[in-house]
Design a protein around this ligand. Structure first.
Ligand SMILES: *Cc1c(COP(=O)(O)O)cnc(C)c1O
Length: 362
């Protein structure tokens, strides 16, 4: 496709061209039904197949045991910030949170509206430039759960090891790195992710919840805000985000076709190395904003020697068809988002562009 750009948008973000082509092909007549899937009933056999396949593929690709439920909900990851304490933070209990940036802070703010929160660790004083050391994480042994944000989309840090919480349930916001690397998820009680970074379009949020955690969910909540409702009804209590789930299913099939998480991780490592290698070769020019051992593979944050150069970099990159490189408005600078669907060629070409830009502008 001649006029497709290399899309480094942080979210919503690039989707595999192969997936978009299937969507386009199936748009007017979904598999002989004479209508689009978004015109079909969510109780139809066609949608049931999509819902079941998406759940099964998610289990298979992420390596989840039968003791996990996969849910497809609306409301974005941000609704999960509130649903989690609603369901799991009983009065008299404490919920532990690690603050590693904007999204963790928002999760904490919602939990504080609903109950008592303890800060288990934070890198706020250091402008969130690292993930706290495992040995610095402290929380009560009877905490209702520990909440972490695996990849900090705005700040550019990522956990490369997770706390061993023993009997305390571990909950993780994986919105910006789900299905991007091989991880043993058996230690997580609940994982959630807005689809719009690594899995599909905006409008659907995946929630993965283990049986023993689901059993702990509070009764008597408003029906739509209870995990038990959605688990019992297999995400069909109300009209689900049909189009989003359909595309998530196609993206999961695409991941499977490209070698599952082994294949995806291999490519993702090459992508992030392409960019970090340029930064490490010219650390005075391309200045990484986070500590090396906390670097994200998904969102690389950096500064140039001046804001004028950053503006020029973004403008010239855009002219060369690399779009979406501006840092989040709260931090400035450059952010290179390398989600699953961003092709290796895009990262390699951007690395070349960085070398050339530096030579021309020093
Ligand atoms: C994007 C993002 C969110 C917010 O997701 P919404 O679907 O917009 O609510 C939450 N957490 C992380 C880590 C994110 O990257």
């Amino acid at each position: 496709m001649a006029n497709r750009v290399f899309n480094f948008n942080p979210g919503p973000s690039t989707l595999p061209l192969e997936v978009l082509e299937i969507v386009q092909k199936e748009m007017l007549d979904y598999r002989g039904t004479g209508m689009s899937i978004i015109e079909s009933s969510h109780r139809s056999a066609e949608y049931e197949e999509i819902n079941n396949s998406a759940m099964a593929l998610c289990r298979e690709i992420l390596g989840l045991g039968d003791n996990y439920h996969v849910l497809f909900l609306g409301g974005g990851a941000s609704t999960q910030f509130a649903m989690i304490p609603m369901n799991f933070l009983a009065s008299g209990r404490k919920a532990a949170y690690i603050d590693t940036g904007t999204w963790s802070s928002k999760a904490i703010k919602e939990a504080q509206l609903l109950g008592e929160v303890v800060l288990a660790a934070s890198s706020k004083e250091a402008a969130y430039k690292f993930i706290p050391k495992m040995s610095d994480i402290k929380y009560p042994a009877d905490a209702a759960y520990l909440h972490v944000t695996s990849n900090n989309t705005i700040k550019g840090t990522q956990y490369h090891q997770f706390p061993d919480t023993g009997g305390v349930p571990l909950i993780c916001d994986m919105s910006s790195d789900i299905a991007s690397r091989k991880l043993d998820l058996s230690g997580f009680s609940l994982i959630y992710a807005g689809a719009q970074k690594n899995l599909g379009p905006a409008g659907v949020t995946m929630v993965i919840i283990r049986d023993d955690m689901l059993a702990k969910a509070r009764e008597g909540l408003p029906t739509m805000l209870s995990y038990k409702t959605h688990a019992t009804e297999k995400s069909l209590y109300n009209t689900p985000p049909v189009f989003g789930v359909y595309i998530v299913k196609l993206v999961l099939e695409w991941i499977k076709k490209h070698g599952g998480l082994d294949g995806i991780e291999k490519i993702n490592r090459q992508k992030k190395d392409a960019i970090y290698n340029v930064m490490d070769a010219h650390p005075d020019y391309y200045r990484g904003t986070v500590e090396k051992d906390s670097r994200s593979w998904m969102n690389i944050t950096l500064r140039l020697p001046s804001e004028d150069l950053e503006k020029k970099f973004i403008a010239e990159a855009k002219a060369a068809k690399f779009i979406g490189l501006k840092g989040h408005r709260s931090v400035g600078g450059i952010r290179v988002s390398l989600y699953n669907a961003l092709p290796l060629e895009g990262a390699r070409k951007l690395a070349e562009f960085m070398e050339t830009f530096m030579k021309k502008n020093t």
